[in-house]
Design a protein around this ligand. Structure first.
Ligand SMILES: Nc1ncnc2c1ncn2[C@@H]1O[C@H](COP(=O)(O)OP(=O)(O)OP(=O)(O)O)[C@@H](O)[C@H]1O
Length: 408
């Protein structure tokens, strides 16, 4: 019998590197599952208070992706700090689990639904599955330190479309909150997988601000107070927000009852003439005590509008959060993608630790490098990982036609 070929040694990722939290793990798992590269994670979430390890949201990500790519996993369990993840070998179809087109992921804690989405979305988009995939996830839709449902729908999804991804539909069945009484909710995302490589994309031209939308989720009896505070803020800050395009400024405010006296959420999203979306929000996470209530709303409007102004004034094409969430798509796209992060005092804006961490993970697993301007030569990952006979030639022919069209 022929000797078994030795397994590729796993890529080691030390979990205390840079930001040292859950995002490092999610991105590493997503890339490993797609590229079928084994990874070995140590000191998982090692920079987190209380010693780190896998929380239930992270465990769900490991298990789901492990199942999807038929991985051999060792060390996995709640609070695990060390995991080895070996995706199924050559010949294992990464679309196996997705053929049915219907995926359910249930958590029994309000762990962020959208961080689970963050872990599995690259896998779903690049799976090579032929049909739309419906993913229903239970957990929290509005959870501190994670993208809210509103952020996903108003910022992430439109920005993914802007870089050439097929549209993603979202259906909110019920909200799950980390604030107030904790509660479970559920969301369905309908993802259309890519059928060909994602072409390199350029987020380089920010354009001017055309529209700002405020979304408020709060107790019903606070609606008028929120609206009044926002009106005053927009009046005072209109020229800073809209700059030269102030005469075409559009402002929209929407309100939804949060049905709980401790649930306050505000998101501001600016849309530019080039279709860029910049968002900043706050899910209020300080004590809500009688006597303090009057101060919460002005404090929220001030903080979120200060943050949005800072995002607008750097002139970049992504807000702080989106910048780290775009890294995986740059790494997998075909050719040199650019994500301009903006400048302050004429100096390129320092990237967040989350963005640096994502870049480090992408470098370790797929070998891509990011430059200071936010550029990266992606690997051109083919959906499903295996290129169909002749597809490369077809892609090439397509891009040459495009080139001819733009040149003529
Ligand atoms: N307000 C926000 N809006 C949009 N995205 C956000 C927001 N807050 C955090 N994020 C995103 O959520 C992710 C959080 O990653 P992080 O490693 O902190 O997550 P985690 O799994 O909760 O880990 P840990 O518990 O280890 O902190 C990042 O991608 C970050 O950009």
């Amino acid at each position: 019998m022929a000797p078994k070929s030795p397994e590729t040694p796993p890529i080691h990722l030390e979990g205390t590197t840079l930001e040292g939290g859950g995002q490092l793990l999610r991105l590493a798992l997503g890339l490993a599952s797609l590229t079928k590269k084994p990874i070995h994670l140590t000191n998982i979430r090692g920079k987190r208070f209380g010693g780190g390890g896998l929380k239930s949201q992270h465990l769900t990500c490991v298990q789901w992706l492990g199942n999807a790519c038929n991985a051999r996993i060792s060390g996995v369990g709640l609070k695990s700090k060390e995991v080895t993840f070996v995706p199924g070998g050559e010949g294992t179809s990464i679309t196996n689990q997705l053929e049915v087109g219907d995926v359910r992921i249930n958590q029994n804690t309000p762990g962020s639904i959208n961080l689970i989405l963050q872990a599995i979305l690259p896998y779903l988009l690049f799976s090579g599955a032929k049909e739309k995939i419906r993913v229903r996830i239970t957990g929290g839709s509005n959870v501190s330190n994670s993208p809210s449902y509103e952020y996903i729908v108003q910022v992430l999804i439109p920005m993914l479309e802007l870089i050439g991804m097929p549209p993603i539909e979202a259906q909110l069945h019920s909200r799950g909150w980390s604030q107030g009484t904790t509660s479970l909710g559920s969301i369905t995302y309908i993802v259309t997988p890519l059928t060909t490589r994602l072409p390199a994309f350029q987020l380089a031209e920010r354009g001017s601000i055309r529209h700002v939308k405020a979304t408020i989720l709060a107790p019903k009896d606070t609606e008028q107070h929120f609206r009044d505070e926002l009106d005053v803020m927009f009046e005072r800050r209109e020229s800073r927000i809209f700059g030269a395009s102030i005469k075409d400024a559009q402002i929209e405010i929407i309100f939804e009852d949060s049905h709980h006296d401790k649930r306050y959420y505000l998101l501001l999203v600016a849309t530019t003439t080039t279709g860029v979306k910049l968002g900043r929000d706050w899910l209020y996470d300080q004590g809500v005590r009688p006597g303090k209530l009057e101060k919460i709303i002005p404090a929220m409007v001030k903080k979120v509008s200060d943050d949005l102004l800072a995002e607008i004034e750097h002139g970049g094409c992504v807000d702080e959060y989106l910048r780290d969430q775009m890294v995986v798509f740059q790494a997998l796209s075909a050719g040199k993608s650019q994500v301009y992060g903006g400048k302050r005092n004429d100096v390129l804006l320092e990237q967040s630790l989350h963005a640096k961490t994502a870049q480090w993970v992408a470098q370790r697993i797929v070998g891509v490098d990011f430059d200071e301007q936010g550029g990266c030569e992606g690997i051109g990952f083919y959906p499903g990982g295996v290129e169909e006979e002749g597809q490369k030639d077809k892609d090439l022919a397509k891009s040459m036609v495009k080139l001819e069209l733009t040149e003529s």
